[in-house]
Design a protein around this ligand. Sequence first.
Ligand code: HEM
Length: 400
Amino acid sequence: MNTGSPAKYANIIPLKELDTVQKQLYPFDFYREARTQTPVRYNEHRSAWDLFLYADVHRVLKDPAAFSSRRGMEMRTENLLVMDPPRHTQMRDLVNKAFTPKAIGALEEHIRRVTADLLDEAAGRGSMEMVHDLAAPLPVIIIAELLGVPTQDRKLFKEWSDVLVKGVDENTEAAFAKMHAERGQAAKELSLYFSGILKERLTQPQDDLISALLAAEIDGKKLSEEEVISFAILLLVAGNETTTNLITNGVRRLTEDPALQTLLQEQPELVPGFVEEVLRFYPPILAVGRVAAQDVEIGGQTIRTGDQVISWVASANRDERKFDDADAFRPDRKPNPHLAFGFGPHFCLGAPLARLEAKVAAEELLRRFRDLRLADGAELVPIPSPFVFGVKSYPVTFRT
Ligand code: HEM
């Protein structure tokens, strides 16, 4: 049935099949059913195509000429995520250097110290709330430092960035209008905040990303203030909730499987493989959106120019056509070509940073704590966004 939901909301309306908390906490049975029964389907409810197979998702993501990122619905300002080549390539080149595995690797000791400080605070209590005590603050502190903004303002960033990625709780016009108003307000406040920082950096450049962006040129032309601000906002927003959920989803997996905790404690060299498998198994981002820039046939269906296409990476990651024993969690899986960070020209810029933070967080947790468990009676509440996989809080107990 067509509910009349405007097409512009296609990528923020939840899949109606995932209508209970239980299914949101574990949507993978639904994806399996979709891969078998409707791997490519036009979803009237959301006025968009849903793609569930690895091969189809991969094909869409690697071909920006056929599937454009210029959807311009989620954020008002221009940023990398909603640009196509060649401008996309030029803008991305400006920051690539700061995010290579080598450049990010140099931060490891610092990330470990910040993680240790956060865990020390919790250790004495014998219990902790993973999201609040570790998974949320760690990425915010590190990205704030990289950008060159005061870490003591991190509560403010977190509030703004949470609003910018929040979806709607119900599929009504009023809920969408409220969400847009709140996002607009948060974006305005963030812009104003960054505008102040930019003024300071223009007169006194520092060794940070904002100063680097202010100095950068494309074809002999500097970026506008608006472009620098929008870049800074993207880095802040794209990296925070995603990494928080990666860390928390990893802890969720560890508490679901005590033998995995012992294995990783005995063989810490498996932790990077564990992080990759968490990305495949419980990916923080469930799907990414594109718009067809030409008529394309996929799975016997014709997708027309201008149609919205939602690529379900969380389903692709469990596709039994691509992964042996796809529903088994294997920290030693090799290769592990999951699509949790996307693929192709928009492949996640922050992947090396997210991987490093998650690795250090898992190593430090496993080194200090034994017998991590979800606290008795804890009720898990999914993040209210159809494209985010995570929970609002994850209280745990442990032995030291
Ligand atoms: C792009 C996921 C962490 C910055 C993407 C995309 C995905 C993704 C799926 C591709 C979107 C598309 O194709 O439309 C994740 C996940 C993360 C994470 C799962 C954590 C586990 C980060 C971090 C940062 C970051 C820490 C920055 C510090 C970006 C940026 C883009 C991006 C700037 C746009 C790249 C482009 O369009 O060229 N991310 N991300 N992400 N991510 Fe991440």
